[in-house]
Write a protein that binds this ligand. Sequence first.
Ligand SMILES: Cc1ncc(COP(=O)(O)O)c(C=O)c1O
Length: 377
Amino acid sequence: MSRISLVDLPALHQPLEAELTATFQRVLRSGRFVLGPEVLALEAELAADLGVAHAIGVSSGTDALTLALEAVGVGPGDRVITSAFSFYSTAGVIARLGAVPVFADLDPATYNLDPKEVQVALQKGPARAILPVHLFGQAADLGPLLALGQAHQVPIIEDAAQALYATYPIPGRAAQPLGTLGALGCFSFFPTKNLGALGDGGLVVTNDPAYAATVRSLRTYGATHKHRHERLGANFRLDEMQAALLRVKRPHLDRWNQARRQHALAYQEGLADLPLGLPQTPWGPEHHVFHQYVIRVEADQRDQLRAHLAEAEIDTEVYYPVPLSEQPCFQGRAEVGELRQTYRAAAETLALPVHPTLGEAERSRVIAAVRRFFLGA
Ligand SMILES: Cc1ncc(COP(=O)(O)O)c(C=O)c1O
C-alpha cells in the first residue's frame, strides 16, 4: 500500500518535464534573468485571465501583501483588520510595517472574515485597510466587505494566495475572479499553491494605475527612472526563470482546479452521512478552487482521526492549529477581538489530500478510511 500524500509535485510535473526542461534551457541561453520578456508575458497572461488592468510579478505572496499594503499607505500605527485564521504572512506583513493587525472573527461557513465582525472592529476606530483572506481557495463574503470598505472609505486588499482563478458571484454580473474586486489582490506561487513556481514567486493585481505604478516602483528599489529613487523600495522581483516555468504550468491550472473540485465533490458524497462537518460552499462549488479540502471534527477526535489516517498511510495536515493572535510575535502588537469561531476552527479542522493528481482509487481509500474511523470495521 503506497502512501497518499497531501501534495505530489513530482507527479504533477512529470508530464510537463520535457517542456519545463526546454524552457529552462531557453532562458539559460537567453542570458536574461531579471525583469525580461518572460515576466512581462506572464503578467500579461494572468492580467488577461483575471480581467484586470495590471498584474505585477513579485518575489513571493508575502512580498505581494507588503507591497499592496504600502501602496494604500499603510504605515506605523495604522489599524488593518484581518483574520487570525490564516498563514503567518497575512498579519506578519502588517506588523512589519509598524501597523496593527486587528483580528476579527470568522464566519464558520467559509472560515473567512465575518463582515459583521469587521463592522464591530470599524466601530472601535478607523482602519487604513481591510485584509480578507480567501482561505482554502474560497471567497470571503466580498459583497458586504466591499460595501463596508466603501462606507468607511477603507481599501480592501485581498489575500488570494490560495485562490488563483477562484471567483465570487456578484448578482447581475459575471462571477468575478478573486483578487480583482478589492483595491489590490495578492497571490502566491509557492510550489504547493494551485499554480506553483519551482521556487518562490507572487503577484499583485489592481485596476488602479496609481497603485500599479507604486507597486512597480517599490518592487525595484523605489525607482521611477534610472538613478532616481522616489520611494524606499527594495528588491521584490519575480525571477525570469520562475516566470518562464510558471508560463508552462499556467495553461493547466483550470484543469487542475477542476480535478480538485471533482475530488471535493466525491468526498462530499462519500462522507455525507458521517458525524463531521464538510466544507460548505455558500457561493456554489464552481466558485471554489479547493486549495485545501478541510473537514471539521470534534476537537477531541481530531488527533485520533489523524493518527487513524496516518496508520492507513494517508497524510493529513492542520491548517492552522494556532490562531495568529496566539503567536508570540504578535503579542503586544495586535488588537484582538472576540475570536470564538477562530479558536473553534483551529481546534477542529483537518485537511485531507485533494491535489490534482490524486487517483480515484486513492480518493476512495481516503473515504473508506475516514468511514472506518467513524463507523468501525
Ligand atoms: C493565505 C496566505 N497568505 C500569504 C501567503 C504567503 O505566500 P508566500 O509563501 O508566497 O510568501 C500564503 C502562503 O504561503 C498563504 O497561504
